[in-house]
Design a protein around this ligand. Sequence first.
Ligand SMILES: O=C(O)[C@H]1O[C@H](OP(=O)(O)OP(=O)(O)OC[C@H]2O[C@@H](n3ccc(=O)[nH]c3=O)[C@H](O)[C@@H]2O)[C@H](O)[C@@H](O)[C@@H]1O
Length: 349
Amino acid sequence: MRKRILVTGGAGFLGSHLVDRLMMMGHDVLVLDNFFTGQKLNVSHWIGHPNFELVRHDVVNPIMIEVDQIYHLACPASPQHYQANQIKTIKTNFMGTSNMLGLAKRTKARFLLASTSEVYGDPEVSPQKETYNGNVNQTGPRACYDEGKRVAETLTYGYHYQDSVDVRVARIFNTYGPRINPFDGRVMSNFLIQALKGQPLTVYGDGSQTRSFCFIHDLIDGMIALMNVKDDQMVERIVDPAHGKMADVHLPVNLGNSKEFTIRQLVDVIFEVVDSLRQAGEPALQHLPVLEAEDRVQYLPMPVDDPRQRRPDIERAKTLLNWEPKWELKDGIKEMALYYIQQIKTGQL
Ligand SMILES: O=C(O)[C@H]1O[C@H](OP(=O)(O)OP(=O)(O)OC[C@H]2O[C@@H](n3ccc(=O)[nH]c3=O)[C@H](O)[C@@H]2O)[C@H](O)[C@@H](O)[C@@H]1O
């Protein structure tokens, strides 16, 4: 059924892929973005389409519109970007989420919060289940994002229990793919650009920290499935971590790939992909330098509070949504490399 769907942060990396899919499903899509990290170019192919609307708007300010569903993604996601203006990051998560939940309440729209694995902080358990309450440093440099998303979750459940807003919370783990800004600062874009340009890969710490990388198309499948699953299925009868007794709990859902890699292992996969593209004769790479094996990695200090390990337990998503990631890391990295190669060819990089 055709719906009117709002995507906040819809010109960003995740948002624009979500918009593509919703548009292709035939929905009316309204994008709000303040273009702090989002880019018009990510959605420019929809401009002029009768089902599509793009509005420059900061979710910190309320907006009055009529919608059936809200995907609330607006917030810078790269540690470099969200730490650049910590107050703004907290405001975006607190005030922005409050405004969008107010809108959901008024319009009776279903609301999906794009939360994050960062709510688990530097986890002491692996893999991380939705019932794990996390280990977050609330005064550290990442707190603006981690605590911001935690309070966004709290607000979401507040509106659910108090005002019966139909909500879903997706805890999104590291996601990668085409359209991540090459200067985003996160590991996948940094490493790929460096490998393509023949620069040393900047490994923070000794590279033994782990992450689990989900390809964008898998993630979007999961988000849409979560938005459209029946409300009564969201509730699970479990031992409630809040008081240790059996209770019906409306839980968030981890969305991510459960295959875990050390950052050193990621370096190897990146080189495997880029070297094979070079060997296949990719013309854009022929004039770029290639480093000797011993010069290919540069070790830099570990950022403060950088989580040592991260891997989602996705059993809940598998059962509830009949969903699991399909893309292999190597294949996803190749797609992303081809996207940057196109930018190199057109002189944008
Ligand atoms: O995706 C998630 O679950 C969340 O985690 C990410 O944070 P982080 O995992 O630290 O993302 P990156 O900046 O990509 O770093 C991943 C790992 O690679 C390392 N890294 C990063 C960049 C680099 O050049 N070199 C490097 O070794 C970092 O120290 C970290 O251990 C981002 O904060 C969010 O996009 C997101 O909500």
